[in-house]
Design a protein around this ligand. Structure first.
Ligand code: FO1
Length: 314
């Protein structure tokens, strides 16, 4: 275990924010961001990796600050043209963003691994920390709904605006998917693994379901900490609270901590939830109560630095 390396597990927008904080707080060679691929899908013949792109654009300083995904200032001329052809427009592909999907799709078709493609794109955009898909194999999060049957993740999330009630989730392909050698090596070298404040069941669980990752995290030498994506009984963004309730989980930091129970040494909860700290401690993990809401860039760095300092005490 080399001193001080950090692996961050990240899904979409919330995960990318803390990944940026860690990137601001650490020398790049000490940070590896491992990203969910369960949201990936093919659309208009293109291979789209929303969480990888959200992390990459955020670390490159390109992300749309309001939506959190896509590129700031992007235009939608191609989408409008798709509409004129009667093609599907429910998934908003921006003009600049389309270039990312074109380059990635052609590289994958030429036989490159997703890990290599993401690495090349990150270098081109000046992203210094390593950004790694958790696997080069295909994993597809499927959402079993009440009344609308099984929906692919983006149909549920974007097309149906996470309105259907969820009966269950499946991570198709995950059990047969392999951790990449790069992810495996990053875990071997890590002193700290940070579960970013991403949706536990939509963003983190598809990664944990990849063959070997859960067991690796259970036995890893590194300290392991998670940051709650639930603050004051609500999700900061997206469907985490709605989904946790539908899946019978307690919608609170306690519910999140209990979900990761055997995988964590420490748990970070927001000051607004300070009263729940004893219940998290009772799950057998150390706690840090701090302001976890990351609106500005400075908030991201401050939260990352606070977590890094605290983790040395674990
Ligand atoms: N999210 C939306 O809510 N609506 C969209 O039209 C949409 C388009 C989109 C295009 C590229 C991309 O990389 C992400 C995009 N997202 C969109 C976000 C994304 O689908 C979700 O935020 C994640 O999959 C959840 O982590």
């Amino acid at each position: 275990m080399s001193a001080g390396n950090v692996v961050a597990l990240a899904g979409g927008v919330g995960g990318a924010k803390l990944a940026l904080g860690l990137a601001l707080a650490l020398p790049p060679e000490r940070l590896t961001v491992v990203v969910n691929v369960g949201d990936d899908f093919e659309h208009h013949g293109l291979y789209i990796c929303p969480d990888l792109d959200t992390v990459m654009y955020t670390l490159a300083g390109l992300a749309d600050p309001v939506k959190g995904w896509g590129i700031a200032g992007d235009t939608n001329a191609a989408l409008q043209m798709l509409g004129r052809y009667g093609a599907e427009t429910w998934f908003a592909l921006g003009d600049q963003d389309l270039a990312t999907h074109l380059v990635r799709t052609s590289a994958l078709r030429a036989g490159a691994r997703l890990t290599e493609v993401v690495g090349r794109m990150c270098r081109a955009l000046g992203v210094a920390p390593r950004v790694l898909p958790v696997t080069d194999d295909r994993v597809a999060t499927m959402v079993d709904t009440v009344g609308e049957g099984a929906l692919s993740f983006q149909e549920y999330f974007v097309r149906r605006r996470w309105e259907p009630v969820v009966a269950g989730l499946r991570y198709e392909g995950a059990a047969a998917a392999a951790l990449t050698p790069e992810v495996s090596a990053a875990l071997d070298a890590a002193a700290l693994v940070v579960f970013c404040p991403s949706n536990p069941v939509l963003s983190i669980d598809p990664m944990l379901a990849v063959d070997g990752l859960r067991a690796r995290l259970a036995g890893v030498q590194a300290r392991r900490v998670a940051v709650s994506p639930i603050v004051g009984g609500a999700a900061l963004k997206g469907p985490a609270a709605k989904l946790m309730a539908e899946m019978g989980m307690e919608v609170s930091p306690v519910g999140v901590a209990a979900h990761y129970k055997d995988l964590l040494d420490g748990f970070v909860l927001d000051v607004r939830d300070a009263g729940l700290e004893p219940r998290v401690r009772a799950l057998g993990m150390a706690t840090l109560v701090t302001d976890t809401v990351m609106n500005a860039r400075a908030d991201r760095r401050r939260l990352a630095e606070t977590i890094l300092d605290w983790s040395k005490t674990l």
